[in-house]
Design a protein around this ligand. Structure first.
Ligand code: HEM
Length: 150
């Protein structure tokens, strides 16, 4: 608890809590990062689930750097948001759930790409990994939104 209190008392923690623009700008950056990361990830998983069949899954690889850039924006903006109320968020079940879903969603997305490479875009394993990854990311968005209410 002392460490989380120390985080809240840092210059960044105080700024994010007390400056009217601090939290708003970080949350806006968080939404932009999310749209970049999940815009690419969700379209690629939908392709693996037979939506937009004209575009081979492999072609989405050109967009993955954009998804990584969005994720880094979310990591930085998320940490800034987090230090503002670290003593609360660190004990928030819905936040821990969200972080778990983000990690699981990332690994399942990688497993989907590997399966498509090894067994093809239409293999059962590719589709299973895609469906599980998509579910994790949608639940990560829902739990992210619920953080403001719990
Ligand atoms: C791609 C990964 C991520 C996604 C999809 C995501 C999603 C979200 C969503 C949907 C919200 C609600 C936004 C709103 O209220 O308008 C949110 C808020 C938040 N996220 Fe994330 N997030 C991600 C990564 C992170 C990370 C890595 C952290 C911390 C280390 C984090 C910390 C937070 C915090 C503290 C809030 C503010 C909650 C509040 O309103 O009190 N997020 N996130």
């Amino acid at each position: 608890m002392a460490f989380f209190q120390w985080l809240e008392d840092t210059g960044l923690g105080v700024y994010m809590r007390e400056d009217p623009w601090g939290f708003a700008i970080a949350l806006s950056a968080h939404s932009i990062g999310m749209s970049m990361a999940l815009g690419v990830v969700i379209v690629a998983t939908l392709r693996a689930l037979n939506v937009l069949r004209q575009i081979p899954l492999q072609a989405h690889a050109y967009l993955y750097p954009t998804a990584w850039a969005g994720f880094i924006v979310n990591l930085i903006s998320g940490l800034a948001l987090y230090v503002s109320h670290a003593t609360e968020y660190s004990y928030q079940v819905v936040f821990m759930l969200k972080l778990g879903l983000i990690i699981a969603g990332g690994f399942l997305f990688k497993a989907m790409i590997d399966s498509a490479r090894d067994f093809g875009d239409d293999a059962g394993k590719t589709k299973m990994m895609a469906a599980l990854s998509l579910s994790c990311w949608i639940l990560a968005i829902i739990t992210g939104r619920l953080m403001a209410y719990f």
